[in-house]
Design a protein around this ligand. Structure first.
Ligand code: FES
Length: 134
């Protein structure tokens, strides 16, 4: 069974590495490991569980396939395309294509396709719009 190591990173500097089995979502693996992450619907509709992909450890240096630099002149990291890093149990309809391209991922329905680091916590939630069904 395919497994991936996922490092969760909170704004206060805490980190926790979890192992996500192929059939698990990131949220399910986090709960199994005792990590507390926010969630509500568990169906990809409310955005409560949103995280942001920081780094994808799949052997590529570039975050996207378009050849964009990994960081700009100010050292700001370019967003990783979450749509390329996760498969979903169901459509992540609460996120726009642009939000996915900026690295946002719904952890309740997301299966990672490579080892990666994900920012979690309320600051991530503040970066995306409201659920279209809110
Ligand atoms: S818990 Fe609602 S979208 Fe994940």
């Amino acid at each position: 069974m395919t497994r991936h190591d996922v490092t969760l990173e909170w704004p206060d500097g805490r980190t926790q590495e979890i192992e996500v089995d192929g059939k698990e979502t990131v949220l399910e693996a986090a709960q199994r490991a005792g990590a507390r992450l926010p969630y509500d619907c568990r169906k990809g509709t409310c955005i409560t569980c949103v995280g942001r992909l920081i780094e994808l450890e799949d052997g590529r240096d570039e975050p996207n396939d378009d050849g964009a630099a990994a960081s700009d002149a100010n050292g700001t990291e370019a967003p990783r395309d979450a749509a390329a890093a996760f498969t979903y149990r169901r459509s992540p309809a609460a996120l726009t294509d642009g939000e996915q391209a900026d690295g946002y991922v719904l952890l309740c329905i997301a299966h990672p396709q490579a080892d990666c680091r994900i920012e979690v916590g309320p600051r991530v939630r503040a970066g995306v719009g409201d659920s279209p069904w809110a």
